[in-house]
Design a binder for this molecule. Structure first.
Ligand code: MOS
Length: 711
């Protein structure tokens, strides 16, 4: 397969984010900003108990408050026809305003609709609800024994179970990750507007306009074509907008009832209970090795929390089946149902959690063996996929180790922990790896050349932040020889040709391939029209003018071929951290972070760098600052705001370097590019914990590593 883009430098190599100016000047319009005439504002009111049922709801005071148009509860909510497809009480999506049952604290019990947001918010405090309370459980660590094996995550065994116990050198440790919340800057928001009874338009924060269209159509029994979903800009999502959530159904329901456009913007507090999170997870890892550092066995168990009404599973233990060459591996994954809302994928779902146990475990093993942590990984390097035995489509992780070690100054690391002082701070280095499946799905793209020589490239895909429009522009420009300024990308619209939901680090591979293939076919079509004119806006314009054509277009669907099954496809990363720990206060500062990605060809240099830096910052939150705190006496969240749930920012990591192996994968797609969104975060928290150990000699296995755990 050709790797044109990887091999020769092009004019677009330094291309800036094509929508960057729109974003920083406030001209990029987000879902909450599509204000229409006669708009009604919705505010949710949540349950103040954690389990039980509603005894009574009195909405009279709220209904007579100024500006209030209606209050919706389960007593008067219009039927959502799709809700009848599954029986009440069945494990599944939370059916909003469906019956009197309460499963978690904060579950929406009412929605106030008013002529202004402020009036809706005021009235939402005037609803009187009484409840029948039943006992509840919100604490994972007290319910580990109740974990059940989910149907879609079977126990795994390769070789002998618990073989690590027979090894000459072994470690066995438990790790805890608290609940992390995506908390994108943009709050989830939807504006719904019906046209009669069978057509609805929504402006919605979503990672996939096509899946939102399908889900709303299913819920309200509409033709998908009669549901228009628009999301040209999304202000971050990280997995939180992969699903169509109950609040979206509620807004569509209310707009139908009132026959008016309804806008619902979640509050920051709602973001903790209405749209999912990375689940609180307990893990236990056992690693055993020969004295010269060859792995004998890996045993990895995990129990994650889910809600009582729905199972959410993720591949927490899968990384232990895949990362290293090891003859004996056993993994077990369990779910504990608690009175909390359902978790959802969050950047690096599964692997980001699992990498904490595996990669901190490898660091503990390296220390026990007195072998350098990188050297230990190299001694157990997998050259073929340990799970399937298939060859890798590409793997240059060893190059990544080297690049990162050089950039962080690994040779300066003292293997003896707690021994290096720098200006009164303990200094230490740590590293950890990450991996995630590399995918390619199907997407359809229109490429249309206009008579003025400019190019339209269009597909339904949304851009949740990584810079989808930018790589689409770059690929189109490189194939067509048309300058980036003459290319218009249109995305985030369900009426455009279908693209998958943006998630799983698959969009550059999937949509990029479709853009590539569409442009190759368009170029061919233009060549057939006039064989003697080559590329560039001027040349193409001439062809169209000669033939008196207003436009030439192609619509191309592209997907992976048989190589997808022949090879094991993964992206790899390694994260290096240098930390400073204050010996008296326990404050941890990231002195320098270096993350290296081995994810094939880097298509768009600037946005790729931003993606890796963002992932490092997110992983730093996992490692050092982020944790949802529940008061288990009441089952209620106590830190559901930015003042108390601490999300790190770039200023917390002043030196943050992103490096790339940048060698093409010959089998995955025409660009040779694999995903990088997930691997940017997977392994970061482990690298931090390992660096903190090197600095202090203290192993903190209960994240985040807050100062109190180090003094
Ligand atoms: Mo993601 S968790 O691939 O949105």
């Amino acid at each position: 397969m050709e790797n044109k883009i990887a091999k020769k430098p092009s004019a677009t190599d330094g291309l800036s984010r094509v929508d960057g100016r729109l974003k920083v000047t406030g001209k990029a319009k987000y879902s909450a900003e599509y204000n229409t005439k006669g708009m009604v504002y919705a505010v949710l009111a949540g349950s103040t108990i954690t389990s039980g049922s509603i005894k009574s709801i009195d909405t009279k005071k709220a209904e007579s408050a100024p500006g209030v148009i209606s209050v919706i509860t389960y007593l008067n909510a219009p039927k959502v026809p799709g809700y009848q497809d599954t029986p009440a009480g069945a494990k599944g999506t939370l059916k909003i305003f469906y019956d009197e049952k309460i499963y978690f604290n904060g579950q929406p019990v009412a929605m106030v609709l008013a002529d202004t947001f402020e009036r809706a918010q005021f009235a939402s405090g005037l609803i009187d609800v009484t409840y029948n309370k039943t006992p509840f459980e919100t604490q994972l660590t007290k319910n580990l024994d109740k974990g059940v094996s989910p149907h879609n995550a079977k126990d795994y065994l390769r070789g002998q179970e618990d073989a690590y116990k027979t090894a000459p050198v072994k470690i066995e440790q438990e790790y805890l990750l608290p609940t992390n919340v995506h908390n994108p800057m943009e709050l989830h928001a939807i504006i719904a507007n019906w046209d009669g009874d069978d057509k609805v338009t929504v402006y919605d924060k979503t990672q996939g306009v096509v899946s939102t269209q399908r889900n709303i159509a299913q819920a309200f029994k509409l033709q998908p074509a009669n549901v228009q979903v628009t999301a040209p800009f999304v202000g971050g999502a990280f997995g939180a907008a992969l699903r169509t959530w109950p609040h979206e159904i509620a807004a569509v329901m209310a707009a139908k009832l009132l026959k008016k456009p309804v806008k619902l913007v979640l509050s920051r507090a709602d973001m903790f209970t209405a749209v999912g999170y990375r689940p609180h997870t307990w893990q236990k890892i056992g690693l055993g090795a020969t004295a010269d550092g060859k792995l004998v066995g890996i045993s990895h168990q995990a129990t994650g929390q889910t809600s009582v009404y729905e199972d959410f599973t993720e591949g927490v233990v899968n990384i232990s089946q895949l990362m290293y060459a090891c003859p004996n591996v056993d993994t077990k994954y369990r779910l504990a149902s608690l009175n909390v809302n359902t978790p959802t994928p969050m950047r690096g779902p599964g692997e980001a959690t699992g990498a904490i146990a595996l990669e901190c475990g490898m660091d503990e093993l390296a220390h026990a063996l007195n072998i350098d942590p990188i050297e230990l990984r190299l001694r157990n390097y997998a050259d073929t996929d340990p799970l399937t035995g298939k060859p890798y489509s590409s793997k240059f992780l060893s190059d990544a180790y080297k690049l990162g070690a050089d950039a962080i100054g690994w040779s300066k690391r003292n293997a003896q922990p707690g021994t290096v002082l720098e200006n009164g701070w303990l200094s230490g280095y740590g590293m950890a790896s990450g991996m995630f499946g590399a995918y390619r799905g199907a997407a359809t793209v229109i490429a249309r050349l206009l008579a003025d020589g400019t190019l339209d490239v269009q597909t339904a895909v949304t851009d949740i932040g990584p810079g989808t429009g930018t790589f689409m522009t770059k690929i189109a420009s490189d194939v067509m020889g048309i300058p980036a300024r003459d290319i218009r990308v249109k995305i985030g619209d369900s009426s455009l040709p279908p693209s998958p939901t943006q998630g799983g680090s698959a969009i550059t591979s999937t949509v990029g391939s479709a853009v590539n293939d569409a442009c190759v076919q368009l170029k061919q079509k233009l060549k057939e029209l006039s064989g003697n004119v080559e590329g560039g806006s001027g040349g193409y314009a001439q062809i169209l003018q000669q033939h008196n054509l207003p436009a030439v277009e192609v619509t191309v669907t592209s997907k992976g071929g048989p190589d997808m099954a022949k090879y094991a496809m993964y992206s790899w990363s390694v994260h290096f951290m240098k930390v400073l720990v204050h010996p008296t206060t326990g404050v941890v500062k990231v002195d320098k972070a270096v993350s290296v990605a081995d994810c094939g060809t880097i298509v768009s240099q600037k946005t790729a760098r931003s993606q890796i830096i963002g992932g490092t910052i997110m992983g730093t939150g996992m490692g050092l600052t982020e944790a949802v705190v529940i008061d288990h006496r009441y089952g209620r969240l106590v830190n559901n705001d930015f003042a108390n749930y601490h999300v790190p920012v770039q200023a917390d990591i002043p030196q943050c370097e992103a490096l790339f192996v940048n060698k093409p994968d010959p089998y995955i797609n025409p660009m040779g590019a694999k995903g990088m969104g997930e691997i940017a975060t997977i392994g970061v928290a482990a690298a931090l914990a390992n660096a903190v150990f090197n600095a202090t000699g203290k192993r903190v296995r209960d994240l985040p590593i807050t100062p109190d755990k180090l003094v």
